[in-house]
Design a protein. Structure first.
Length: 272
């Protein structure tokens, strides 16, 4: 991604030069494809995007390369201004640290199969190092509204890498395929999905979430949520339980776990 550090832990805002409306394919073309066939087409493109991110660690560059290769993919136009919400208020009041984590997100439309997908990216600052080992951090994707902008429970994929670009974590809610240092924190539903990851190894990664609907109002967006935790006690593994989904995830941490309050991406939606 185009580096924009969260120096004051405010949501990331990046200027977009994008299309204001995606084109549509004919009804005959989409009817000829099954849902499974559509997903296979989309996953091939998203796999290419993930590989570009893995190699470059530059989300914006990777997204550009993907849309140039697959002309059917369009990054939809959204509000370049951050949402003045509880998310931003929470972030501003909770942190007074230098930039140590980047979060950014986009909504992409595939006019070959008429699907919208939320794409989120996170990356630790390599110069910051890591605080502790266990328990795991939480990374999740969620929506403000399950009726207006629902997430497909079978369409969420997480992939995380270490600083060398090696895959350290993978989870696909559609197939339940899992590998590496990741565990499901909150089972996927129309409100979102959350995962536990070990940030000692997983230093950057992506979450993609297929959307069953799309909001045209800035009041309803999809987001990334990140919660960082650590401990010097004998606790090992996961150090909390997770509830919620739509509107964000709530964590009940174990008593001796230290943690920062939740950090959120700016959130994205489709502006018609």
């Amino acid at each position: 991604m185009a580096k924009a550090k969260l120096k004051n832990i405010t949501p990331v805002v990046l200027t977009l030069s994008l299309l204001s409306a995606p084109s549509l394919v004919s009804a005959e073309k989409t009817k000829a494809l099954t849902k499974q066939e559509k997903r296979e087409i989309l996953n091939k493109k998203l796999d290419f995007l993930r590989e570009q991110v893995r190699k470059s660690k530059d989300f914006e560059k990777a997204l550009k390369a993907t849309t140039e290769k697959y002309k059917s993919l369009k990054v939809v136009d959204s509000d370049p201004e951050p949402l003045k919400s509880k998310n931003e208020i929470s972030a501003l009041s909770s942190y007074n640290e230098p930039g140590w984590l980047d979060l950014t997100d986009r909504v992409v439309y595939d006019d070959e199969i008429e699907e919208y997908v939320f794409v989120g990216y996170w990356e630790w600052d390599e110069d910051e190092g890591f605080v502790g080992d266990q328990p795991y951090d939480l990374i999740g994707v969620f929506t403000d509204s399950t009726s207006i902008m629902p997430i497909d429970p079978d369409g969420v994929v997480l992939q995380g890498w270490n600083g060398l670009g090696d895959e350290e974590a993978f989870f696909d809610t559609g197939t339940d395929k899992k590998s590496g240092k990741v565990a499901l924190a909150k089972r996927a539903n129309s409100g979102g999905a959350a995962f536990w990851i070990n940030d000692r190894y997983v230093t950057n990664g992506m979450i993609t979430a297929i959307l069953d609907g799309v909001s045209t109002s800035s009041k309803y967006r999809a987001y990334i949520q990140y919660d960082h935790s650590w401990t010097d006690t004998s606790i090992t593994g996961i150090g909390g339980s997770v509830s919620g989904g739509a509107g964000g995830f709530n964590i009940s941490w174990q008593s001796k776990v230290e943690y920062f309050p939740s950090l959120y991406s700016n959130g994205d939606y489709f502006r018609d």
